[in-house]
Design a binder for this molecule. Structure first.
Ligand code: UD1
Length: 456
């Protein structure tokens, strides 16, 4: 069987890099003429594809390295734009960051090596932060390490306002003081002290920021209504290896006993459940039979249950997940919820699958306002979808028809590529740089499964 994703190709010259973004950096370059993905639908998929490390974990693990001087090694970090941007954020603070080729004697994955100096500059500049929202997670570790931080207010995906009030309130409960002006949030926390933090919503980013501050606070911090995502458990697992004392990660109550010192570690990033879901949706759309290596059923069981109700067959495989689709899927209803509910990041994939399923499905978004922009693009492909406030009513049509469409964010872009796999004729997804923010070689991996897809 063909193996997609295991040959990561050259990782470039191994050189230490410091300083600001080089002019030729692909992550900062303007979109070019290769900024399109062209898909020819109709071919079933077969073979094995391997998922990389989770973007939403890797970015936070990178931020966590700010907490301890020394050489950290992060294994299975995806080589995607957001990671390159976070590397630039760390470099701008004084860290040396480099990719290291796979070391066959240890494992088969490349390593992101981060050498965190004894003194760092606790400033995250606007030029970098405005390009990806996750950069706000440097706030907690900077306050913990330096007692102060100046972080530009984040930008990010194009789906409505994304406030950071819960991050700031949680950190304030530990003694931090904030001043927000001129597009920056400035924090001071000379003496962080453990406290009880009750989140009004289980925010992923707020939980992560508070945990990363609390690990160095004096005394005990309890976070109630904490986010339970596998990526939070991954972060806490790494922090505990660094010397932190955290219990309850993965549950709604996280208890953190502050410590005086943390040290550098080697840590392997948890597999990316959203990337895995993308390949499951791809086979659901195109038909066929695939193995998604390294995918973890226990991190995505509700989604797999939903896809099962739609008529896909999915089961655990010694390697990861086995999935098959051999007929038209059936419509189901679904609502996005914090983990372990159906992730909002899966939603564009689910709406895409429903667009050709038999019957009517209602999809309800409970996390982010305005996260339905890709629906207009699916309509251009012939989908019958009506949106009303935070609901989408999807009436399945027999077949989508290929069309020129535009990616507005990472997951919507991937979903449009998936839509193209089940569509008649050619689909051209413009603004594919959004896809590169979260997927390492989506096109190559799908092509290795037999899809007719290329970068144009
Ligand atoms: C993370 C993920 C994102 C995913 C989301 C929800 C990363 C890099 N991104 O985003 O892919 O879709 O979790 O699973 O990990 N909110 C506030 N105030 C705050 C913080 C959040 O009102 O201070 C609101 C948000 O607007 C949103 C909800 O809470 O409506 C959930 O957001 P949150 O869990 O914080 O998402 P992110 O961490 O930004």
């Amino acid at each position: 069987m063909p193996v997609a994703g295991e040959d990561t190709g050259g990782t470039g010259p191994v050189v230490w890099q410091t300083g600001s973004v080089p002019a030729a950096d692909p992550t900062t370059a303007a979109p070019t003429s290769v900024d399109r993905i062209v898909v020819h639908g109709g071919d079933p998929l077969s073979g094995r594809v391997r998922v990389g490390g989770a973007k939403n974990s890797a970015l936070k693990l990178m931020a966590a390295t700010l907490l301890a001087p020394g050489v950290h090694e992060l294994v299975r970090v995806p080589r995607i734009t957001d990671v390159e941007l976070m590397a630039e954020v760390l470099r701008s603070m004084g860290a040396r960051v480099r990719w290291r080729d796979p070391d066959a004697s240890l494992d088969d994955d490349r390593v992101l090596e981060i050498d965190m100096p004894a003194t760092i500059t606790p400033v995250a500049p606007y030029e970098l932060v405005e390009r990806f929202r996750a950069s706000i997670v440097v706030l907690g570790p900077l306050l913990a390490r330096c007692g102060e931080a100046r972080v530009a207010l984040p930008g990010g995906d194009d789906f409505g306002p994304r406030p950071i009030d819960m991050h700031l309130r949680g950190l304030a409960a530990l003694g931090a003081e904030f001043d927000t002006s001129h597009g920056y949030v400035e924090g001071r926390a000379p003496n962080l002290v453990g406290s009880r933090v009750l989140l009004e919503f289980p925010s992923v980013g707020a939980t992560e920021n508070i945990v990363m501050a609390a690990v160095r606070a004096k005394g005990t911090t309890t976070i109630d209504n904490a986010a339970r995502e596998p990526e939070i458990a991954d972060l806490c697992g790494m922090l505990n290896k660094m010397g932190a004392r955290i219990e309850g990660a993965g549950s709604s109550t996280i208890v953190i006993e502050g410590v005086d010192e943390l040290g550098p570690v080697r840590h392997r990033v948890v597999p990316d459940r959203i990337e895995a879901a993308t390949y499951l949706a791809a086979v659901g759309m195109a038909g066929g039979e695939i193995v998604v290596a390294d995918a973890r059923l226990d991190h995505m069981d509700l989604l797999c249950q939903k896809l099962g109700e739609m008529g896909m067959r999915i089961s655990a495989d010694p390697d990861g997940l086995w999935a098959m689709a051999n007929r038209r899927l059936r419509a189901v209803d679904c609502s996005t919820l914090p983990y372990p509910g159906i992730a909002t990041d899966y939603k564009p994939l689910i709406v895409t699958l429903l667009s050709t399923a038999e019957g009517v499905g209602i999809v309800t978004e409970n996390l982010f306002a305005g996260r339905f922009r890709y629906v207009d693009e699916l309509r251009r492909m012939g989908a019958d979808i009506r949106t009303e406030a935070h609901h989408a009513v999807v009436r399945g049509v027999e077949r989508l028809s290929g069309a020129p469409v535009r990616a507005h964010d990472i997951r919507a872009g991937a979903a449009l590529v998936v839509a193209g796999l089940g569509a008649e004729g050619e689909t051209v997804v413009a603004d594919a740089h959004h896809v590169d923010r979260g997927y390492e070689d989506l096109v190559g991996k799908l092509a290795a499964l037999g899809a007719r897809v290329e970068r144009a």
